[in-house]
Design a protein around this ligand. Structure first.
Ligand code: FES
Length: 160
């Protein structure tokens, strides 16, 4: 095995030590988070770690494309398929069911999501599940199955 020159060897030793210190700091942060709770001000102030997909502000963030195109445009648009009414319907129903708010569900309007030919479109994050719909019955199914029970509605799903 080739031996490293002295400065290089010292550098490698320093890297190993820094790596060890990082590991210890992360272990401490994790142990502290278990003791104080991940969202406690104590944890956030002392050991805030980078956000992970699990830290999403909303459990489900739902975007309805409401894009409107000029008559005769080359591509279709979701606004011509009752998208605004369906977005408002979904927002109202999610609120009625007590699902709206931080840590729960957010229904938002969106501009063109660039899947116009498959629309009207809805996308649900964090998973990025795409749906199309025809009427409020479809919206109800998406809410009841996906947002309430976490089960994808296969019949309305647009392929990824
Ligand atoms: S107009 Fe709705 S996805 Fe493009």
């Amino acid at each position: 095995m080739k031996r490293a020159c002295k400065p290089h060897q010292r550098l490698m030793e320093a890297v190993v030590i820094i790596d060890w210190i990082e590991t210890q700091a992360l272990s401490l942060a994790r142990a502290s988070s278990l003791h104080h709770g991940l969202r406690s001000p104590y944890f956030q102030n002392h050991f805030a770690l980078p956000p992970t997909p699990m830290d999403s502000f909303f459990k489900y963030h739902v975007f309805f494309c409401l894009n409107q195109r000029e008559p005769g445009a080359a591509r279709p648009c979701c606004a011509n398929c009752n998208a605004q009414e369906m977005q408002e319907y979904a927002k109202k129903r999610v609120k009625q069911l007590g699902l709206a708010g931080p840590g729960k569900v957010r229904i938002n309007k969106s501009g063109c999501l660039d899947r116009c030919e498959e629309g009207p479109t809805v996308v649900i994050y964090p998973e990025g599940t795409w749906y199309t719909y025809v009427d409020s019955t479809d919206i109800d199914e998406i809410i009841d199955s996906h947002l309430v029970n976490g089960k994808v509605v296969e019949r309305l799903k647009i392929d990824q």
